[in-house]
Design a protein around this ligand. Structure first.
Ligand code: FMN
Length: 253
């Protein structure tokens, strides 16, 4: 059974871009499972830890006691950005590009490290009421992302397509926006995509696939075409001056 406070703790942790392990350590827990149990409502958070949480993250107490739909507030600067990477690599080009652009207050989420389920073994529950995997971290990631100024997706090309992690995210939006249709325009307004791939000439369908998410708005996509700069698969994009200029000119206000 999920608890109100457990859900809020989970949303806060995600908004900070932390794993359960990192977040647990900050609060003095020795194992990841302590945070997992609090988030799932199996254990309550102790008074001492709650106070520590409030102090450490400058949290508005009212947002803790308010109803379930209120996010814990003041956890991050409202003018900061969230970068979500769909790379399978820990420190590949998606990571490098995001960290080149990020300010201190921004958040980086490697999608590979959150708990997620692809659309599978279900009966279209998301069209009817709620996705059966609502308890994983995708739903709360989308919800949390809406509290940032900009939402920047870093999407690498794998086998001529956006990576499978990107498709998992995109499929699960069905559940979120079916339940929160009033939030779609806000999400779209904040959304930008950085696409890392070979070249448009070699794979002309890659960018159109991503354009579907941003309603065909080309200005929302930064194309990093490695082959046009003679960069191989695991060469570092951020070591190429010309590409770096291109990345810098993709203004994220
Ligand atoms: C499984 C896999 C398949 C890939 N397929 C392609 C491809 O078809 N075309 C291409 O240009 N690059 C391909 N790449 C290269 C990636 O686009 C490139 O390494 C990019 O830097 C990925 O971002 P990352 O470094 O953050 O993982 C592939 C990489 C992987 C791991």
């Amino acid at each position: 059974m999920e608890s109100k406070i457990g859900n809020k703790v989970k949303k806060l942790r995600l908004s900070l871009g932390m794993s359960q392990e990192e977040f647990g350590k900050k609060l003095g827990y020795t194992s990841r499972s302590s945070i997992n149990k609090i988030e799932k409502g199996i254990n309550d958070i102790s008074y001492d830890k709650l106070i520590l949480l409030i102090k450490e993250y400058n949290i508005d107490l009212k947002s803790i006691v308010d109803d379930e739909n209120t996010n814990i507030s003041n956890a991050h600067d409202k003018n900061s950005n969230i970068y979500i990477s769909f790379s399978g690599r820990a420190e590949g080009n998606c990571f490098d590009i995001a960290h080149h652009l990020m300010n201190k207050k921004d958040t980086f989420i490697p999608f590979k490290d959150i708990s997620y389920n692809p659309c599978s073994n279900c009966n279209y529950e998301c069209f009817k009421e709620a996705c059966k995997y609502r308890d994983d971290e995708i739903y709360s990631l989308i919800e949390t992302s809406l509290t940032y100024k900009n939402i920047i997706l870093l999407v690498p090309m794998y086998c001529s397509n956006p990576s499978s992690l990107y498709f998992i995210f995109s499929e699960r939006m069905q559940d979120f926006f079916n339940n929160n249709s009033n939030k779609w325009n806000t999400f779209l307004k904040k959304l930008k995509i950085i696409a890392i791939f070979g070249s448009e000439e070699e794979t002309p369908l890659f960018i159109p696939t991503l354009l579907q998410l941003v309603n065909g708005d080309n200005s929302k996509i930064l194309k990093i075409e490695r082959h046009k700069f003679n960069l191989k698969m695991d060469d570092k994009v951020t070591e190429n001056k010309e590409l770096l200029n291109k990345i810098d000119s993709f203004i994220i206000n």
